[in-house]
Design a protein around this ligand. Structure first.
Ligand SMILES: Nc1nc2c(c(=O)[nH]1)N[C@@H](CN(C=O)c1ccc(C(=O)N[C@@H](CCC(=O)O)C(=O)O)cc1)CN2
Ligand SMILES: [Mg+2]
Length: 288
C-alpha cells in the first residue's frame, strides 16, 4: 500500500485571507476615515530580512493597509530606535508596529519589543500579549504560531485530545505555539535541541510542529505514520547542482509518504505568518 500526505496549502489560504481582509478594510475605512496603518522597523541590510519586509509591505498594499516603515542603517543606536517607537506609539495613523528580527547584536531586541504599545503590537511579542495568551485571554497573538493554528483549522484538524509535539522553544514560535495548541485542548510536549532522543518524543506526535532552523532535522523514522506534520523551518541551502533553494526542518521527501498531512516549504507557514500580521493590524484598527 502506498499513500502520500495531503499538502496543507498555506499560500492558497493566505491569499484567500488577504482578499477577506481587503474587503473588510474597504468597509471599515468609510467609518474610520482613514486606512489601517502598519510600521515595520528594519535595521541593517540582512538580505533575507529585507526580502521579508518588502513582502510584508507588498501584502499591506494589496489589502489597503498604509505602510509607515522605516529602514535604519546597521549602525543605528538603541536610543534612535526607542525614539522611533515612541513616535509611532503616539501616531494615530499607525495601528501596528513591529521590529523585524533578528537585529544587529549591539541592539537589545527585548527592550525594544517591550516599548511597543501593547494595542499596536502587531507581532504579538509584547509581554502583555504573551501574558494574555498564557492566561487564555483575547489579545494580539504571535503571527507564526497563529498562522499554524489557522491553517490546521482550515483543514478541519481536530486537536482535542491529540498528542502535539512542538520542537523548538523560541519566543517567536515554539513557546507561543505550545500555548496555542494547549488552548485547543491538545496534550502538548515541548522538545528542543537539548532533548535527548528527539526521535522518540517526535514519534509520539499526532501533530508535530517543527521550528528549529536545521535542514532535514526530522526524517521519516522520527514521525508516527499518519501524523500531521507542520514545518516552520526556513533554511536556505545549496543543492547538489549548486542551486540555492529554501527548505524546512523536515526531510519532506522521506516524510511525505508516511504522514497524513504536511506543510510544504515554501508555500506553507511563511505566507500564513504574513496573513496573520495583516489580520492583527486590522484587529488593532477595528478596536481603535
Ligand atoms: N518581527 C518578526 N521577525 C521575524 C518573523 C516575524 O514573524 N516577526 N518571522 C521570520 C521572518 N518572516 C517574517 O518576518 C517571514 C519569513 C518568511 C516568510 C515567507 O512567506 N516565506 C515564503 C518563502 C519566501 C522565500 O522564498 O524566501 C514561504 O515560506 O513560502 C514570511 C515571513 C523571522 N523574523
Ligand atoms: Mg526555535
Amino acid at each position: 500500500m502506498s499513500s502520500t500526505a495531503q499538502l496543507l496549502d498555506g499560500k492558497a489560504l493566505a491569499n484567500g485571507l488577504q482578499t477577506e481582509l481587503m474587503q473588510q478594510v474597504q468597509v471599515l475605512q468609510v467609518h474610520m476615515g482613514r486606512p489601517p496603518g502598519l510600521a515595520v522597523l528594519m535595521v541593517g541590510d540582512n538580505p533575507a530580512s529585507a526580502a521579508y519586509v518588502r513582502n510584508k509591505e507588498r501584502a499591506c498594499a494589496n489589502v489597503g493597509i498604509a505602510s509607515f516603515g522605516q529602514h535604519f542603517p546597521a549602525t543605528a543606536t538603541q536610543a534612535e530606535l526607542e525614539q522611533a517607537i515612541a513616535t509611532l506609539n503616539r501616531d494615530d495613523r499607525v495601528d501596528g508596529i513591529l521590529v523585524q528580527l533578528p537585529l544587529p547584536d549591539h541592539l537589545d531586541a527585548v527592550a525594544l519589543l517591550n516599548q511597543i504599545e501593547p494595542s499596536k503590537d502587531a507581532d504579538g511579542l509584547h509581554p502583555v500579549n504573551l501574558g494574555r495568551l498564557v492566561r487564555g485571554e483575547p489579545g494580539l497573538r504571535s503571527c507564526t504560531p497563529a498562522g499554524v493554528m489557522r491553517l490546521l483549522e482550515a483543514y478541519k484538524v481536530n486537536l482535542k485530545g491529540q498528542q502535539a509535539v512542538v520542537i523548538g522553544r523560541s519566543i517567536l514560535v515554539g513557546k507561543p505555539q505550545a500555548l496555542m495548541l494547549l488552548e485547543a485542548d491538545a496534550t502538548v510536549t515541548i522538545a528542543h535541541s537539548r532533548t535527548p532522543d528527539l526521535g522518540a518524543i517526535a514519534r509520539t506526535a499526532d501533530v508535530l510542529v517543527v521550528a528549529v532552523g536545521r535542514p532535514a532535522l526530522i526524517t521519516a523514522e522520527m514521525v508516527k505514520p499518519g501524523a500531521i506534520v507542520v514545518d516552520v523551518g526556513m533554511n536556505r541551502v545549496t543543492d547538489a547542482t549548486g542551486k540555492a533553494r529554501l527548505v524546512g526542518d523536515v526531510d519532506f521527501a522521506s516524510v511525505q509518504p508516511i504522514a497524513k498531512m504536511i506543510t510544504p516549504v515554501p508555500g506553507g507557514i511563511g505566507p500564513m505568518t504574513v496573513a496573520m500580521l495583516l489580520q492583527n493590524t486590522v484587529l488593532s484598527y477595528r478596536e481603535r
